[in-house]
Design a protein around this ligand. Sequence first.
Ligand code: DAH
Length: 333
Amino acid sequence: MSDLEALQHEALTAVDAADSLDELDRVRVRFTGKRSQLAVLQKGMRELSPEERRARGQALNAFRDAFQAAYDTRYQQLQAEALRSRLEAERLDLTLPPRRLPPGRPHLLTQVEQEMLEVFIGMGYRVAEGPEAEAGSYNFDLLNIEPDHPARQEMDTIYVDGFDDVVLRTHTSPVQARVMTTSPPPIAVVCPGWTFRADAVDATHSPVFSQVEGLYVDEQVTMADLRGTLLAFARAMFGHDRDIRLRPSFFPFTEPSAEVDVSFHGPGGNHGWLEILGAGMVDPNVLDACGIDPERYSGFAFGIGIERVAMLRHDVGDIRELFEADARFLARF
Ligand code: DAH
């Protein structure tokens, strides 16, 4: 009996000393498992007399109860401790200031393009788009630009390797041809997108730039409609005190054609005109080639450089600023 008392003392001491749940489990196996002294004593009961067996049985039960009680207590303590230290380790310091990420925003060109489109959408235009790799027929032929027309060279066309007649569009005008060949008048579309020319990069040239093309075709469209539309555009983009001026020009796809300037008033009485776009009345040959009856319909078209509008409006002196992604520049807009 005193063996059992000693064993119980040893076991309960070990339970109290266990400092982790793993250790506690090892103590349990050591004192109550299949190869424990308890198991040996239990087996030995077979050889005892009935009285002895009863007494031993009670003693062993008492041992087991005492062990289980001590075990349960320690188990709960250790579990509470484990939880406490985990909470401590995962503690959040709610007094730390938040890490501030500067808010992002669309690129200046995207902002300006969006604004330009909105001006025209407000006048009833819808947005149409076309491919950047374009068939020569749309980029040139349907727009009245003959194969040997100097404009093909002037535009420094980039041809797509391995295709017979595919170019990176040199302007967004092919989209007007695409719209006219697929939908009947009345037509009022604006066509934004990237355009490409084999130009060397300098302060005013980039081989990749962007335009918004406009096209309005209906019965009895006149040059006065063109002027009114572009005046409304210029005032919306540059300010309500602005004026526009149309200068005679030439484009193969319009007749007559004009270059359009917007007025400016700078400090110290400095004022003048800045060119912002090309425009004109759609050439009857273009209407005809695109399947629209020039006897019944007329229209105007215009092409606006988005970089140019952005640069004029925001005093950007070098087109490269628009493509270099310098965070200090971008943060200004
Ligand atoms: N496509 C011309 C260019 O890239 C711009 C242009 C001029 C478009 C007159 C037009 C237009 O629609 O009528 O230089």
